[in-house]
Design a protein around this ligand. Structure first.
Ligand SMILES: NC(=O)c1ccc[n+]([C@@H]2O[C@H](COP(=O)([O-])OP(=O)(O)OC[C@H]3O[C@@H](n4cnc5c(N)ncnc54)[C@H](O)[C@@H]3O)[C@@H](O)[C@H]2O)c1
Length: 418
């Protein structure tokens, strides 16, 4: 068995994770087919274009496509290895919605030949990688699958969670340490051959369920720490203290490093993944659940504050700066900023609300039903508004801190203009 994978590979799901993964492998000489059910993603990648913003990705995709190493398709081809990078949202009861993963496994199953490797990269609750093996086994009784420990498996199935930071994906995909958890030690070893193609970080071999849980724990750790900062912001406000000053002082202790409060927690991962732990151990995951609740409460609190400030004006204009879930990316999934805007728009239907975000060209679908919202340039919005709410600390908003805000109310939820 070679240490480094050199066969054909298919990546199922060409989103924020799948497309960079496909591209990084293709630029290192692997023949990669990217598969997506969204025809727009397939068309864009086929033209060598990227359907979203991620630094350094566009040039890598256009190079990989021009070299003929990366192609895109709406159907799963035959390959020596498959990486699944489809969404894993949660259901209304906060359990994981594995329907995309199951659909991907079922698309791969008919194509599998003995010797193939299947890696699940999607963030998943413990036991999902084993389910992938079972779903494939149900459709392919001719193949020995590794969840049947008593057989020598024909197919290797493993989990390799992704822990990149949007905005730094092309760097972190290479430099981060990777966890590779197979259903058997041989599955781990074979899956690791794929990551040796490009990973400069260490490849840590483990079992599938530990790899699944480790990824969830990483995001729950972040969530709990952000919840601590957000809880401090509630307490400081009630005690009429400046939370930023309190945190600045506390962080001068050599073993204290409190994160920053904000308008809530967004994105595809941190507000979602801790719930998978809560669903797996509802009686035990008390701190993790409470942290989720604190962070989910924050957008409501920010909106309530803005509504209270608006009472001081006869007919105020509100400017909301930033709509993405974090700074300097175009990702609006689960964005607390959008939730804040929706709550203000709902509570103040007669108030004009100006939205400015250099990464969001038009009103996001979730806000389409409010007719008191207008997109604006940030400088214009600030000039026209009576109340300015900074929701995302985009670099582009930094110069605005020098604006003279005569008579305007400024609500800086990120502490960026201090
Ligand atoms: N975005 C991140 O920063 C990040 C970081 C770490 C882990 N993850 C995890 O990675 C996984 C993927 O996340 P993402 O951000 O890339 O999602 P995404 O929504 O950007 O991309 C997923 C893609 O999969 C496609 N898809 C869905 N079902 C499919 C199917 N059956 N066959 C082919 N394509 C299909 C969608 O059309 C979409 O283009 C999730 O589990 C997520 O939690 C994401």
């Amino acid at each position: 068995m070679s240490d480094i994978f050199s066969g054909k590979l298919a990546v199922v799901g060409l989103g924020y994770i799948g497309l960079p993964t496909a591209t990084v492998l293709a630029t290192r000489g692997i023949q990669v087919t990217g598969v997506d059910i969204n025809p727009k993603a397939v068309e864009a990648v086929s033209r060598g274009e990227v359907p979203f913003v991620e630094p350094d990705l566009a040039v890598a995709v256009s190079g990989a496509v021009a070299m003929g190493r990366l192609t895109a398709s709406s159907s799963v081809p035959e390959a020596d290895a498959y990486i699944i990078a489809v969404p894993t949202p949660f259901n209304p009861d906060h359990s994981a919605d594995l329907s995309y993963v199951q659909a991907a496994a079922e698309q791969i199953a008919p194509r599998l030949r003995p010797g193939a490797i299947v890696v699940l990269e999607s963030t998943s609750p413990p036991g999902t990688t084993e389910k992938v093996s079972r779903w494939i086994g149900d459709l392919r009784p001719d193949l020995h699958m590794p969840h049947n420990a008593d057989t020598v498996a024909d197919i290797s199935v493993a989990h390799c969670p992704e822990r990149v930071l949007p905005g730094r994906i092309m760097i972190e995909m290479i430099t981060n340490d990777r966890l590779v958890g197979g259903l058997t030690p041989r599955c781990s070893e074979r899956a690791a051959t794929i990551y040796r193609v490009f990973a400069q970080g260490e490849i840590l071999i483990t079992d599938a369920a530990s790899a699944e849980m480790a990824k969830l724990v990483e995001n729950a750790y972040r969530d709990v720490n952000i919840a601590f900062a957000n809880e401090l912001s509630f307490i400081a406000e009630a005690l009429r203290l400046d939370v930023w000053e309190v945190i600045r002082l506390a962080n001068r202790h050599p073993r204290v490093d409190i994160l920053k409060p904000g308008p809530g927690v967004g994105g595809h991962c941190i507000p979602v993944d801790p719930w998978f732990i809560v669903a797996a151990a509802p009686e035990l995951a008390r701190l993790i659940r409470t942290a989720r609740e604190i962070n989910d409460r924050k957008p409501h609190h920010v909106a309530e504050q803005v509504v209270a400030k608006a009472q001081r004006f006869r007919s105020p204009t509100v400017a909301c700066l930033g709509l993405t879930f974090k700074a300097n990316v175009d990702d609006i999934r689960q964005s607390p900023a959008i939730e804040v805007v929706g709550l203000i728009a709902e509570a103040l239907p007669d108030v004009e609300i100006l939205l400015a975000d250099p990464y969001v060209p038009s009103i996001p679908p979730k806000l389409a039903r409010y007719d008191n919202l207008r997109m604006a340039q940030a400088a214009d919005a600030v000039e026209r508004a009576d109340i300015i709410v900074l929701l995302v600390e985009h670099e582009a908003f930094r110069p605005l801190r020098h604006t003279i805000f005569n008579g305007k109310v400024v609500y800086d939820t990120r502490g960026a203009w201090r």
